[in-house]
Design a protein around this ligand. Sequence first.
Ligand code: DAH
Length: 347
Amino acid sequence: MEQEQVRLEEERALQDIESAKDETSLESAYNAHLAKKGALSALMAQMGKMEKESRAAFGKAINEAKQKVIALYEQKKAELAKKKLEEKLKKEKIDVTLPAKAKRIGRINPYYQIIDEVSEIFLDMGYEIVEGRDVESDRFNFELLNVPKDHPARDMQDTFYIGNGVDLLLRTQTSAAQAHTMLEKEVKTPIRMISPGKAYRRDDDDMTHSHQFAQIEGLVVDHDISLANLKATLELFAKKMFGEKREIRLRSSYFPFTEPSVEVDVSCFNCQGKGCPMCKHTGWIEILGAGMVNPKVLEMCGYDPKEWSGFAFGVGVERVAMLKYGIDDIRRLYQNDIRFLKDYVGK
Ligand code: DAH
């Protein structure tokens, strides 16, 4: 009699589960038969009132029935989930003909573009690239460049001092790399190098000045180097950098580490020398300082000036970038604004 009850309940449960058309009706079949308050659990509750002898057989029958019902429930659940997914996939067809989303490609900051371009030009001429250091000693930044303590040229190059505030500083010019290069050569051999890097000075921070900026230093030391070599080299550089038609002119100037010293202008690449706001209507744009290496510097750095001579130059990276790309404010070069890179570079 009790066994029959189990058989009937099993049949009903299997039928309900089998006929479930969706997840909701499957769940209500589960609640009706398998849940704590379902029919199979209710049968279990009857066991307490039964004779000891029939109790075991009854319990076994319920458990077997329960296993069958659970197995069908799991199978049905998986089937319904699969069916649901298939229907969803049918509805959500992907349109492969739609154009893909455009990739956002980054750009090199003009600051580094200029350094790369200048480096390439000088590498082609057989120069090597020397890495300088941002933190320098007073000796390399000033003394070895013929700027002794109390030299008036120091006034314009106040900087950030480190440690005891006397010896270590953030370099004010990449020219410090000149002294390192010469002194590091145990056997004195010819030098052809450029050294790009950052320099620091106490300065106003405004549209054209920054307390941090970049320079590209150049140094050539060999036998019989003359001002003519300097001029020819810089002319070639100006043409490669700003166009074949460019000319340069040298104006006399003063730097403690060069003698004679010059400032180098390039004919305006914006107006071809006719005169425009970029060249302040002069037809010329100043791009760098240069000169013949002062014999005192050669001597201090271990190159006998009777035997060796050389020229040096220093290019202001931001200045060239601003002129070449028509950038109005130096601060834009450091702000990492992607809109700036898109608007200004490569125009
Ligand atoms: N160091 C100079 C400056 O900071 C730039 C410079 C001028 C470098 C003449 C040179 C040079 O090597 O020969 O203004």
